[in-house]
Design a protein around this ligand. Structure first.
Ligand SMILES: [Fe+2]
Length: 306
């Protein structure tokens, strides 16, 4: 297990934030209904075959795309620091097949497109996105897209790519199979779960302002007949309060709040919180036990499966 605390070497394409995740679905209308009427996101652009949705200022954080079958996280987009041209050259020098395109989506006119190592998902790297024009005053919708978790059959290879090429930093690992990586102050924007044969999405997570906001949304979910299958609880790694439910396509959706933050990379520990185990709380490898998965409990065996 690679446990690189922070690499000071220059990454090829340093990522500053998770931008968007694409969901392939046969029923664009139903998924767009869920995202607008249930999660309260706003449509920025749409047609019969696609929808671009946002939680606020970003042009889009969710892309719904019409296909024959359901495939969540068919593409994932990250905003990069610095020059996209330099990133393109460095990735090519590192041996990756990368295309620079202007036609990927509205709001992102300059995008590097490549296959994500190990998973085969489309990986998009962009700079200078167009603002959505949507105001941020809504009270129900999540504050932002927080993270997306995926299965991989080559965990070390994918973790190495994210850390060495994209500049992610290691935040925590559960056992030898669940890795959490950050690209800014948030504990994780990407997490990867080792699997024998799966490479798809594990879950996607949206941030709520605080526990009251999260509870308000859970009541709204219930009124629309979306029930939690796990939570509320508090994870060990990241210490975020969480709930999980499923969207109309069966994709697992996490709503969370109070995620750990590293505000000063030179110190290397998470901002102290009363629910931490250690003071200070540094990135570490966690044992696989009930308190790691859900500090509040209870946890069933099925939730430890992967
Ligand atoms: Fe999560």
């Amino acid at each position: 297990m690679t446990e690189t605390p922070y690499t000071t070497g220059e990454p090829a394409a340093p990522v500053s934030k998770l931008g968007y995740v694409t969901f392939d679905t046969p029923d664009v209308e139903r998924m767009t209904w869920y995202y607008t009427k249930v999660l309260d996101l706003e449509v920025v652009e749409q047609s019969h075959d696609y929808a671009y949705l946002t939680t606020g200022a970003d042009h889009h954080c969710v892309v719904i795309r019409k296909t024959d079958g359901v495939k969540p996280r068919s593409a994932v987009g990250y905003e990069v620091w610095g020059s996209l041209g330099d990133a393109h050259q460095r990735l090519k020098n590192a041996g990756y097949d990368v295309e620079r395109r202007s036609d990927v989506a509205p709001g992102t006119p300059d995008v590097l497109v490549m296959a994500e190592p190990s998973t085969g998902a489309e990986l998009h790297l962009f700079e200078n996105p167009t603002p959505s024009g949507v105001d941020g005053r809504a009270t129900l919708r999540p504050t932002k897209l927080g993270h997306v978790a995926a299965f991989t059959t080559e965990l070390e290879r994918l973790q190495g790519f994210y850390q060495d090429l994209l500049g992610f930093r290691w935040s925590d690992t559960i056992g030898d199979f669940f890795v959490f990586l950050r690209c800014n102050a948030d504990h994780h924007a990407a997490n990867f779960l080792r699997s024998v044969n799966r490479t798809g999405m594990h879950h996607i997570a949206y941030e709520m302002r605080d526990p009251n906001h999260l509870i308000t949304m859970v009541d709204h979910l219930a009124k629309n007949d979306f029930r939690l299958h796990w939570g509320p609880g508090r994870h060990g790694p990241g210490h975020n309060m969480f709930t999980y439910h499923r969207d109309p396509d069966g994709n697992t959706i996490e709503l969370f709040t109070q995620l750990d933050l590293i505000l000063d990379e030179s110190k290397g520990y998470f901002e102290p919180r009363p629910w931490h185990e250690n003071y200070p709380q540094y990135p570490r490898t966690w044992e696989v036990d009930i308190a790691t998965i859900n500090m509040w409990g209870p946890v069933t065996e099925s939730e430890l499966e992967r």
